[in-house]
Design a protein around this ligand. Structure first.
Ligand code: 5GP
Length: 199
C-alpha cells in the first residue's frame, strides 16, 4: 500500500442501526470525504440528486456495472445500490480519507476489492430497538419494514467479518468510538507516514 494513501472507512450494518445518523454527525466533526452512492430507488421527499444519492435508471446503473464503474454494488431490497469507483480511488490517491455508508453485502465486496479498507459494523443495542427504529422512522411501508427486519437478523451474523463493532446506543458515543478507531488505524505501522523519520 502506498504510504500516503488515505484510509477507506466503511460504515455498515443493518438498516435501522443508525449508520446514516452516525455518518452525518461524524462528517461534521472530522475531515473525511463522503462517497455519494448511486441507486435505482426513487428519491424520498426532500432527497436531492447528487446530495443523498445519484439517482440512476436501472439501465444506467447496469451500464456502470458493465463498465466496472463500481467499487462495490449490491441489490438491496429490490433496488441497486453502488459506490462509484472513480471518486473513491481519486480521493484515496490524493491522500484524503474516504467514508462509505453501505449495506453488509457491499461491505464484504469492499473487503475483497480493497482489503486495507477498515470495516466498522454499526449494531443496534438490541433487535427490539432495531424494530422500533425501523417502524417509527416512517420512511417505509409495512411490507418494506418486514423485509428489512428479516434481512437484519441475517446481517447481524455478518458482524464477525468486520474489523470493529460499534453498538449504537447513543449517537455521540458511537461517533467518539469511530473517531478513536480512525486515529488508531492511522497509527498502525503499515499506514504510518514514517518515510521521513530517520530510522
Ligand atoms: P436507503 O434506501 O434506506 O437509503 O438505503 C438502503 C440500504 O442501502 C442501507 O442499508 C444503505 O446503507 C445501503 N446503501 C446505500 N448506499 C449503498 C451503496 O453504495 N452500496 C451498498 N452496497 N449499499 C448501500
Amino acid at each position: 500500500m502506498a504510504s500516503k494513501e488515505g484510509i477507506l472507512i466503511v460504515l455498515s450494518g443493518p438498516s435501522g442501526a443508525g449508520k446514516g445518523t452516525i455518518c452525518k454527525s461524524l462528517l461534521k466533526e472530522i475531515d473525511i470525504q463522503y462517497s455519494i452512492s448511486a441507486t435505482t430507488r426513487k428519491p424520498r421527499p426532500g432527497e436531492v440528486d447528487g446530495r443523498e444519492y445519484f439517482f440512476l435508471t436501472k439501465e444506467k446503473f447496469e451500464n456502470m456495472i458493465e463498465e466496472n464503474g463500481f467499487l462495490e454494488w449490491a441489490r438491496v431490497y429490490d433496488n441497486y445500490y453502488g459506490t462509484p469507483r472513480k471518486f473513491v480511488e481519486e480521493t484515496l490517491s490524493a491522500g484524503k480519507d474516504c467514508i462509505l455508508e453501505i449495506d453488509p453485502q457491499g461491505a464484504q465486496k469492499v473487503r475483497e476489492n480493497k482489503p486495507d479498507g477498515v470495516l466498522i459494523f454499526i449494531a443496534p443495542p438490541s433487535m427490539q430497538e432495531l424494530e422500533n427504529r425501523i417502524t417509527n422512522r416512517g420512511t417505509e411501508d409495512i411490507s418494506e419494514i418486514k423485509k428489512r427486519l428479516s434481512c437484519a437478523r441475517e446481517e447481524m451474523l455478518s458482524m464477525y467479518n468486520y474489523d470493529y463493532v460499534v453498538i449504537n446506543d447513543q449517537v455521540e458515543k458511537a461517533v467518539e468510538k469511530i473517531k478513536a478507531i480512525i486515529i488508531a488505524e492511522k497509527c498502525k505501522i503499515q499506514r504510518s507516514k514514517i518515510d521521513n523519520l530517520c530510522l
